[in-house]
Design a protein around this ligand. Structure first.
Ligand SMILES: Nc1ncnc2c1ncn2[C@@H]1O[C@H](COP(=O)(O)OP(=O)(O)O)[C@@H](O)[C@H]1O
Ligand SMILES: [Mg+2]
Length: 290
């Protein structure tokens, strides 16, 4: 049995017959209850079905996929493979159009809607976080994207990142549903595209190496947006424009960089490359031909 205590408690339980299960208990915050979500989710291919759910204790038990690998790990060897996997996941998310009746949750952004709003005296965060905030504040055109007042909101996974997607043999699973909540329409798909950009930038040793990868991710991003828009049209809904979607991708990247900055208390050279990519995506949209 292996125990991990972080925000949540994770235990791997091995039965005498050799089967292994993962036991996960939430941190007691009702608005982040994963059991509540798993009690409602259907049977989409990317859901790893739990064998037991206890909403009161906020506990889920799932098969433990011992040989599975996260996309975070796979990205170290092949960013290209990760791009393909995330494209597949994004399409499955669009097709399945999961909408659970959890209306009281809303995605909380780390970077505030109207900058400047925070300073060091009002919030206790690391210098690295303030470096990210300063980066956003220093570009007036960037600060515009943080106003979500006009965005259409819909339910989304909201924690789509490389270490929450695992590949088990040929099956891809999206784990960690505790932050499922209302977010801007297209947020999960933009998160997939942002995660592709992260995978590509981390694999490269120098900034120039990322350029060819970025071009191909922009193409994948545009085709995913077309796929999403076709789905919206078929449901009689208004489509998302390229600049709107690009802003979501950029915003996702800024949120991820800010979140890691809080955790690591440090911005490395690759974070600086990512900040530039985030600015590029946000200001100039998903351009393919440059
Ligand atoms: N059923 C599972 N089988 C194998 N590995 C898993 C399983 N569930 C989670 N993991 C691994 O444990 C990590 C943490 O699980 P996750 O549900 O994301 O919890 P947390 O909320 O702590 O991030 C994942 O990134 C993944 O590597
Ligand atoms: Mg996780």
């Amino acid at each position: 049995m292996h125990v991990q205590h972080g925000r949540n408690t994770l235990l791997v339980i091995k039965c005498t017959d050799g089967r292994e299960y993962l036991f996960k208990q939430g941190n007691g915050n009702e608005l982040e209850s994963e059991a509540l979500v798993y009690a409602e989710v259907g049977s989409a291919t990317f859901i790893l079905p739990p064998i037991y759910v206890d909403q009161k204790l906020d506990v889920i038990v799932q098969p433990f996929l011992r040989n599975a690998s996260t996309l975070e790990l796979i990205a170290r060897d092949s960013a290209k493979f990760v791009v393909g996997s995330l494209e597949q996941l994004a399409k499955s998310l669009i097709d399945s159009a999961i909408q659970l009746p959890i209306t009281d949750r809303q995605l909380r952004f780390l970077i505030p809607a109207h900058v400047p709003i925070l300073d060091r005296t009002t919030i206790d965060r690391s210098n690295a976080f303030f470096q990210v905030l300063n980066f956003v504040q220093s570009s007036p055109c960037l600060s515009v994207i943080f106003d979500t007042a006009d965005l259409r909101m819909t339910e989304a996974h909201c924690d789509l990142k490389l270490d929450n997607v695992v590949l088990d043999n040929t099956s891809l699973f999206l784990l960690d549903w505790e932050l499922y909540s209302k977010a801007p329409l297209g947020w999960d798909i933009a998160s997939c595209v942002g995660s592709m950009l992260i995978a590509c930038s981390r694999q490269s040793k120098i900034a120039e190496e990322t350029a060819p990868h970025l071009r191909s991710v922009f193409q994948v991003g545009r085709s995913l947006l077309d796929y999403l828009n076709a789905h919206l049209v078929s449901r009689g809904q208004k489509t998302i424009s390229v600049p709107e979607f690009s802003h979501l991708v950029g915003r996702y990247l800024f949120e991820r960089i800010a979140s890691e900055a809080c955790f690591k208390h440090y911005l490395g050279p690759m974070d600086m490359v990512l900040l530039d990519i985030a600015r590029h995506v946000t200001e100039r949209t998903l351009e393919c031909n440059e």
